[in-house]
Unconditional design. Structure first.
Lengths: 102, 553
């Protein structure tokens, strides 16, 4: 049986910094999962991935990840994607620290 | 210790220059990621979960103080002020920026270091016993052998595209501290009939998806035949190793599928041809390498008789200090496993303290162990109180070497793109559960090893207690194995049964240790001995007892 389609976001790593990034609806990249564009259908997901692949000078390894809508914003489904929104659990490094600085 | 020749220095510098140009071409779009990725991996640069990661080779685990200080400088200048020592005696920096990596590599080249062949399907950095040159039980220092292999394997044109990565480990002692039986090739120094040193050659060991204990392919190999024989093994592997399936491409699968006797015949035949075609290694080169590892000029100072030790120092000596080949010296293991800490991590400040101590008290030598600790190999016994005091000041005096808190853990899903679950927080929680070092000493020798995926960088298969983190239907789940052993009596651990959730695994380990304490015949009987005597049953009962009863009801 085909798996039920889940909303998708397009994510990658930034070429220069390596940081986790997400494609937004206006075709720019953000560090915030909540700002990611959400594809609600398989066709939209395909188009979203294609759009994400059009930045070879900016991003590395774009792919689609499952998302869920929480308070009207996309949030990760899988724990790996959840960790990617924050950074490591042993030190306060990565995104979680940058958010505090911002 | 070995210093670069002009040839080595020029080679490394050229590689940095080449990589600098490759990074520039990636950033200006001349190279696609598909083109660039193999190039960066050849220079130790991975793209991980949150950032790039640079893996720097520490050949056979040996560093001098200048090199350690440079690692501290790199950590402060281009990273977040710390480094992570790995189970292959390397160091990883977790947060470099792509544009900075060529500068980091130049800084490494300044002190005779590099990141070459720390990734990719080539012969990787050669590992060795971390007590090499100091151990009381040593036949010969294995590092000249490891260095000879390093020179032979670096940029070896025939072996640049092997079916899969290839790891070599060397020990000079009968007590195997280098896990040689879990390497593609393990070399164990033994004596021949006339007492001359040579090697027992072990092939086809490896952990990962299909764990295998290596098999002896040659009982005794004279030292002069080493490279011709290694070349023969690699040639047979390069031609016959499977390239159709990444997961069956390691030499262990070739050994398993072909059988050791058939493979030995092919290797020996190739070896005989190599002996005819290849000249012997120039004895002058071997002599020069051996001279570079000559023993330091030992200080002939008296050892104070039975000094009155404070309790902390006494425990430290008891746990972290072992016999040196000279009775007036000692080998000091510095634990990078403080209670609740990240196994293998050292801050730049700690690296500088270690460098200072090595320079002042250990003939300028440091070692990195595959157990993710740092060794001061040549400390005069009269200096132990001063070394201990300095370590304590730096938060480096945790007296838990070989005990339950001395846990190996891979970076797991806190950093690694391949991981299927986290490792580090499990190690942190176990070490916090046993924060009382007296309790750790009561439990006695116990090796817990944690991997965050089946690639087994955390050596879980050879842990007395092994923990493997997996992704089960989108949730972290941890499998346990018992009875693994990474020494000369190498054994792959046996799975206990179903796995445990993230918040269940640490209590489960607590129950295992409780079961051991209940079952051991004497306080001297170790966890592994108890397991070997009683088998899995009492441990299974401790892990799954209630649910077994529930099933029966």
């Amino acid at each position: 049986m085909a798996r039920k389609f889940l909303p998708q976001v397009a994510t990658a790593n930034d070429l220069f910094e390596g940081d986790v990034i997400y494609l937004t609806a206006d075709n720019t990249w953000t560090r915030e999962h909540a700002e990611a564009a959400v594809a609600e259908t398989p066709e939209a997901a395909e188009a979203l991935l294609k759009a994400a692949e059009a930045f070879p000078l900016q991003v590395v390894g774009p792919y689609l990840a499952d998302a869920q809508i929480v308070d009207g914003r996309p949030a990760p489904v899988h724990f790996r994607e959840d960790f990617r929104t924050r950074g490591p659990s042993n030190y306060f490094h990565g995104k979680q620290a940058e958010k505090t600085e911002a | 210790m070995y210093s670069y020749t002009n040839f080595d220095a020029a080679f490394v510098r050229d590689r940095v220059k080449e990589f600098r140009s490759q990074v520039e071409r990636r950033l200006d779009g001349s190279l696609t990621e598909d083109e660039f990725k193999p190039l960066r991996l050849m220079n130790g640069l991975y793209l991980q979960l949150h950032a790039y990661m640079l893996r720097v080779a520490v050949p056979y685990g040996t560093l001098n103080s200048r090199q350690m200080r440079q690692l501290a400088h790199i950590a402060d200048t281009w990273d977040k002020g710390y480094g992570h020592f790995t189970t292959r005696q390397n160091i990883q920096f977790n947060w470099p920026k792509l544009k900075d990596v060529p500068d980091i590599l130049d800084a490494l080249a300044d002190v005779g270091m590099h990141a070459i062949q720390t990734s990719g399907n080539c012969i990787r950095n050669v590992t060795a016993d971390h007590f090499a040159g100091a151990a009381a039980d040593e036949i010969e220092d294995p590092r000249p052998t490891a260095e000879l292999i390093r020179q032979w394997s670096t940029d070896h044109p025939e072996f640049a595209y092997l079916p899969r990565k290839f790891k070599v480990g060397v020990t000079g002692s009968p007590n195997d501290r280098a896990v040689t039986k879990a390497h593609d090739i393990g070399l164990r120094m033994v004596r021949g009939e006339a007492g001359e040193p040579g090697y027992e050659v072990i092939v086809g060991g490896g952990l990962g998806r299909t764990p295998m204990i290596g098999k002896v392919v040659r009982d005794f190999l004279p030292k002069r035949d080493l490279l011709a024989y290694l070349e023969a093994i690699l040639q047979v592997y390069n031609l016959s190793g499977r390239r159709d399936n990444k997961y069956k491409a390691r030499i262990k699968i070739l050994v398993h599928e072909t059988g050791i006797d058939e493979l030995r015949a092919r290797i020996e035949e190739t070896f005989r041809r190599n002996r005819r075609l290849l000249p012997d290694v120039d004895p002058a080169i071997v002599a020069r390498i051996e001279a570079a590892f000559a023993a330091p000029a030992w200080a002939d100072r008296p050892v104070p008789d039975a000094p009155r030790l404070d309790a902390g120092l006494a425990s430290f000596i008891d746990t972290n200090v072992v016999a040196h080949k000279r009775p007036d010296h000692a080998i000091v293991s510095v634990s990078l496993k403080p209670t609740g800490g990240t196994p293998g991590d050292a801050t730049s400040a700690q690296m500088r303290v270690l460098a200072d101590l090595a320079e002042r008290y250990s003939h300028d030598e440091l070692r990195i162990s595959h157990e993710q600790n740092v060794i001061l190999p040549h400390v005069h016994r009269a200096d132990l109180p001063a070394v201990y005091a300095a370590l304590r000041e730096a938060g480096l005096a945790t007296a838990n070497i070989g005990l339950v808190g001395d846990i190996i853990a891979c970076p797991g899903m806190d950093y690694c793109a391949l991981a299927t679950a986290r490792s580090i927080p499990i190690a942190q929680q176990i070490s916090e559960m046993f924060a009382d070092l007296d309790a750790q000493r009561d439990i006695g020798p116990l090796k817990i090893k944690i991997s965050g995926c089946i690639n087994a960088c955390g050596h879980h298969h050879v842990g007395h207690i092994g923990i493997l983190g997996l992704d089960r239907a989108g949730v972290e789940n941890y499998q346990l194995t018992l009875g693994g052993d990474g020494t000369e009596t190498a054994t792959i651990g046996t799975r206990t049964g179903h796995g445990f959730a993230y918040d269940e695994i640490v209590p489960a380990v607590g129950r295992l240790i409780g079961a051991y304490l209940d079952a051991r015949e004497t306080p001297e009987e170790t966890f592994l001995e108890t397991y070997r005597r009683l088998g899995m049953d009492p441990f299974k009962a401790a892990l799954y007892g209630q649910e077994e009863q529930a099933d029966a009801a």
